[in-house]
Design a protein around this ligand. Structure first.
Ligand SMILES: [Zn+2]
Length: 111
């Protein structure tokens, strides 16, 4: 199996959003899938370099802390751009707030 390296993005002046970087790498992977597979199929000693795309997705400044909207399972993260920061719409949960409908034992003196 050959070795395949993907060329990194050009130097970025600032703190790039890690979700933008992940999207850009996925774009690179998808765009050059055939040469990547061909490089992997080569003999062990052969190395293939995959170029950085000529028109990559935009990589924005990652200056926000919060939950990434595309991957909320990651939890609160540092270094997100405004596009990748999840929105939030608060919803009042009246069941716990007013004590009605709470199972016995969860409120002192009740149940
Ligand atoms: Zn981003």
């Amino acid at each position: 199996m050959g070795t395949v390296h993907l060329v990194e993005p050009p130097e970025y002046d600032g703190n790039p959003c890690f979700m933008c970087l992940m999207a850009a790498k996925q774009h690179q992977w998808d765009l050059y899938n055939e040469p990547i597979e061909a490089g992997l199929a080569k003999p062990d000693s052969e190395v293939t370099w995959i170029p950085w795309p000529a028109k990559p997705p935009v990589i924005r400044e990652g200056s926000w802390r919060g939950v990434p909207g595309d991957a909320p399972e990651l939890g609160v993260c540092e270094g997100l751009c405004w596009d990748h920061l999840a929105g939030y719409k608060p919803v009042r949960v009246s069941t716990l707030a007013d004590g009605k409908g709470v199972p016995p034992g969860l409120l002192r003196g009740r149940g």
